[in-house]
Design a protein around this ligand. Structure first.
Ligand SMILES: C[S@@+](CC[C@H](N)C(=O)[O-])C[C@H]1O[C@@H](n2cnc3c(N)ncnc32)[C@H](O)[C@@H]1O
Length: 284
């Protein structure tokens, strides 16, 4: 396991020493940080449940800048690049038009628009906790002329997936969602995702990795050790594997793939998507 710089991986962004050092290095960012800290303290005082709190954060971010709320900062090019990176990675891991995909925290379809376009009609299912962001997602269905693909877009207030069918989704994807989730939310997801995942399906999620102390910043950004998340998946009877090939890509987060413990063999000639595939780091 390698690639992200080791000082970055050991950094504790919640520590006072880090905050002071960061403030001295980036004095112009202090007002923005203080405004954000005050806003988040206010929202946390009003919403003690994480989902309600984070939904309010997204509403506030979307009101300030719809593009920036889902990774469109500093430019739309960044939004396009990060969507393309997710799509290219899954394509190289064998994503086929026949796949049935569940995207958890689909946002405004940064990658979803490419998944929808690639998949057969009705094969994409996006869920998100934020109505503000789902409205943008719907607008992007129109902007990218994806109406005929009949994507499902659904608001969610938990990750039990209780309204979805058993053993249905061949690909489950969550990009930059667990990086905003406390452990009990991830635990709920891993406790339930196995039920909706097809026997040979897989669930890829990214996370902000630390090799030091686990911590969060303003209950918005959460940093986990790989072994914590692998153990959590195993606790729920799933197999979890760190995806080394994702590390080669220019992205700050890491990726874990979760499968059933004994995935059914891929049909003859098909790519075994429970294994790594070579990914060209320049593709994004
Ligand atoms: C940084 S955005 C990423 C969106 C999308 N995955 C992408 O890569 O463009 C995080 C999204 O996850 C959603 N989200 C956060 N926590 C969630 C949860 N527990 N369940 C579903 N969606 C969640 C947020 O509302 C937001 O739209």
């Amino acid at each position: 396991m390698a690639s992200r710089s080791s000082s970055r991986l050991r950094r504790n962004r919640a520590a006072l020493a880090h905050k002071v050092r960061y403030a001295l290095d980036h004095p112009k960012r202090i007002p923005t940080y203080l405004r954000r800290a005050a806003r988040d303290a206010w929202l946390w005082a009003r919403h003690r449940d994480h989902i309600a709190y984070y939904r309010a954060v997204m509403a506030s971010d979307a009101a300030r800048s719809p593009e920036a709320a889902v990774g469109g900062r500093p430019s739309i090019e960044r939004w396009v690049t990060l969507g393309r990176m997710q799509f290219d990675y899954l394509r190289k891991h064998g994503l086929k038009p026949e796949d049935r995909m569940l995207e958890i925290g689909c946002g405004n379809l940064r990658a979803g628009r490419l998944f929808i376009d690639h998949l057969e009609p009705g094969h994409y299912y996006g869920i998100d906790i934020s109505p503000d962001i789902l409205i943008q997602a719907k607008q992007n269905v129109v902007r990218y002329r994806l109406q005929d693909k009949l994507p499902h877009l659904t608001i969610a207030d938990d990750l039990t997936f209780d309204f979805l069918p058993e053993r249905y989704f061949t690909v489950v994807h969550a990009h930059s969602v667990f990086s905003h989730s406390p452990l009990h939310v991830i635990d709920q997801c891993l406790a339930n995702v196995g039920r909706v995942m097809a026997p040979d399906g897989f669930f890829d999620f990214t996370f902000d990795r630390t090799e030091g102390r686990e911590h969060h910043v303003l209950r918005e950004d959460f940093y986990y050790r790989t072994e914590t998340l692998v153990a959590l998946a195993e606790k729920h009877g799933l197999r979890a594997r760190f995806m080394d090939d994702w590390e080669k890509l220019p992205h700050r987060q890491s990726k874990i793939r979760v499968t059933h413990p004994v995935p059914e063999p891929a049909p003859d000639g098909a790519v075994d998507r429970t294994k790594d595939a070579a990914v060209d780091a320049g593709s994004a």
